[in-house]
Design a protein around this ligand. Structure first.
Ligand SMILES: NC(=O)c1ccc[n+]([C@@H]2O[C@H](COP(=O)([O-])OP(=O)(O)OC[C@H]3O[C@@H](n4cnc5c(N)ncnc54)[C@H](OP(=O)(O)O)[C@@H]3O)[C@@H](O)[C@H]2O)c1
Length: 317
């Protein structure tokens, strides 16, 4: 019998690839979408369900029971209220439906950055992770490192001859980025991997780890010209956040703006690798790898104009 999988956050960068990976493996997919979603994929094994999971779980009541639930839900802004509504409350509604259906697995797409929870969205992710871990369902939590889209925001700038921005000397952080198709395939594989039940799985793409300076050098090799870098001090973000904080007491918007600056500071200073308690440092060796597509291939595709990159909301510069 073909298994049914509910995918929440199906319209997202990873969610779309998870839907495609499931269809390739002959699963029947129920894509949960917001009422405003622009969705064009159609397939005989694909059913779409529309509703606002941040408001109620009503749309889930109309779905025939599923065997698996995958949540790729994520706050698009990282704003304080949005993070609570999406990362915690919407996921809770999914968990309630999954419990009713007694699913074989609830697979949550989380993020490796929750290892050092300083930001509102990280705390909400961890709050839901804890709830899922306490549930009676078989669960798996996947915590990926950086996505290719997060490292591609400056390619267009370089093509226009502009410099590549780095923080500090460009080696403050490192990551093992993973391609969206490789991550989706990895997640689908975990659904039937009994060893992944009750496991938190950090995952990156093929190594070695790369720093922002390394990304600039890689782009220089591909473009066959030297790439100029321009350094910014990460503390600028914290200074600006501190300036906004008093306004945040009254204005939600200022509170969110200060949070966005703290998010930028976090990514400017923290690596997306497994944190080793033993050495008190991020560890490339401890960060597992999956997939085969490299960042170099991704950059070459973008420069050739082969891919429509989904970068809009993730550009820092
Ligand atoms: N970016 C990185 O490098 C990185 C690295 C590691 C882990 N992660 C984590 O990976 C996860 C997925 O990332 P992604 O880039 O695929 O996310 P994304 O493209 O921003 O997609 C988010 C999904 O959640 C849905 N969503 C957002 N707000 C919603 C709301 N109010 N109500 C209902 N649905 C809502 C979106 O629906 P709409 O399309 O309708 O907005 C979309 O389907 C996140 O948890 C992120 O933290 C990211």
């Amino acid at each position: 019998m073909t298994h049914r999988v509910l995918v929440a956050g199906a319209s997202g960068y990873i969610g779309r690839h998870v839907v495609e990976a499931l269809l390739l493996q002959d699963y029947r997919v129920v894509a949960q979408l917001r009422t405003s979603a622009q969705w064009t994929l159609s397939h005989p094994n694909l059913e779409c369900v529309y509703g606002e999971l941040t408001e109620s779980g009503q749309c889930l009541q109309d779905i025939q029971p599923c065997d698996f639930v995958i949540s790729c839900l994520a706050s698009r802004s990282g704003g304080i209220r949005d993070a609570r509504l999406v990362e915690y409350e919407a996921n809770n509604r999914l968990l309630a439906a999954a419990s009713q259906w007694r699913v074989r697995r609830f697979l949550l797409l989380s993020a490796i950055c929750v290892q050092k929870p300083r930001l509102a969205f990280q705390k909400e992710k961890l709050r839901f992770e804890a709830k899922l871990r306490e549930s009676n369902l078989p669960w798996t939590i996947v915590r990926p490192t950086a996505f290719f889209k997060s490292l591609s925001g400056q390619v267009a700038r370089l093509q226009q001859g502009k410099p590549f921005f780095v923080f500090g000397n460009g080696t403050l952080t490192a990551c093992k980025p993973i391609a969206e198709q490789d991550l989706a395939a990895y997640m689908v594989e975990q659904l039937t991997n009994s060893l992944a039940i009750g496991a938190i799985l950090p995952i990156g793409g093929p190594g070695p780890a790369i720093t922002p300076l390394g990304q600039a050098q890689l782009l220089g090799q591909i473009l066959q010209r030297p790439v100029q870098t321009r350094s910014l001090p990460p503390r600028l973000f914290l200074l600006a956040a501190a300036f906004l904080t008093p306004f945040g007491i009254v204005f939600q918007r200022a509170r969110d703006q200060a949070e966005f600056l703290r998010i930028a500071h976090f990514y400017a200073t923290e690596s997306m690798l497994v944190w080793s308690e033993e050495s008190g440092a991020y560890s490339e060796a401890l960060t597992p790898e999956s997939g085969s597509k490299t960042l170099s291939e991704c950059y070459q595709q973008i420069i050739r104009g082969d891919v429509i990159s989904d970068l809009g909301e993730h550009k820092l510069f």
